[in-house]
Design a protein around this ligand. Sequence first.
Ligand code: CO8
Length: 262
Amino acid sequence: MDNAATLLNMTRINSHILHIKLNRPEALNALNAELMSQLENVFLEAKADVTVKAILLSGEGKAFCAGADIKQLATLNAHTGSEFARYGQRVFRLLEQLGKPSLAAIHGFALGGGCELAMSATLRIAADTAVFGQPEIKLGVIPGFGGTQRLSRLVGKGRALDLCLTGRLIKAEEAHRWGLVNEVVASDQLLSRATQLLTDLIKLAPIALQSMMMTIDQGYDLSLTDAFALEAAHFGLCCATTDKKEGVKAFIEKRAALFCGE
Ligand code: CO8
């Protein structure tokens, strides 16, 4: 039985980056109900905590995450299966809509729910050893934590169908070519590169970052006309911030901007 307190390992990097490490290495960080519940709590806390400006997600051991816990999956029926899928979708959507940038640093396997978790982060960096896939078809099910929808949005319908229908695995370089990950680095550079990227991001204007993430996330499913309206509304919001004044002033004065988050 897992010790509930240790399924997530949390540390802070440079005070403002919350590093959440999935910590169930003996099961390749498979997502059981307890781990999902701990993720939900941590995401809620991170959203409310003003000192958390970004999230780094990674996995302990030899994999990022090998998906939903198959032993638990074995117990699900039509009702509980649908409930668990809806629950997982809600937890991952929390991360996606946190209003703060998140980055999945992926090494080893990112399969099934593990790939779905990575896709819910704002950005993804993969070690050159990483392997991706949606092998649910081999278990007689389909991705249920948002994977069918996020994958097709990230890589296109054709490639999403290829990966989901065949259940085949792809390596980091192919995932990069497809746009599933933003960058591939050597394994020993994974966490330092991820930290660097997030450190750079949190120096930027947080209200503009949040507006950017919201307009891209929500605008994607609107008509072009409505998405443009959303963009214009957020553009106006940014124009009312102190950070916009500072950003423009700093450009004119040929110096680096110092954003305050207001
Ligand atoms: N669930 C539970 N245990 C797992 C999982 C998993 N997903 N993956 C690995 N493990 C366990 C293994 O059983 C093994 O445990 P033990 O030592 O007790 O036998 C341990 O982790 C190490 O795994 P392996 O010995 O298999 O390691 P290998 O390096 O030989 O193989 C693989 C690695 C290829 C990743 C292999 O473990 C594997 O194929 N795992 C399953 C991958 C998979 O099919 N993932 C999809 C799961 S389904 C899913 O994610 C659906 C999400 C949506 C659900 C919606 C709600 C219902």
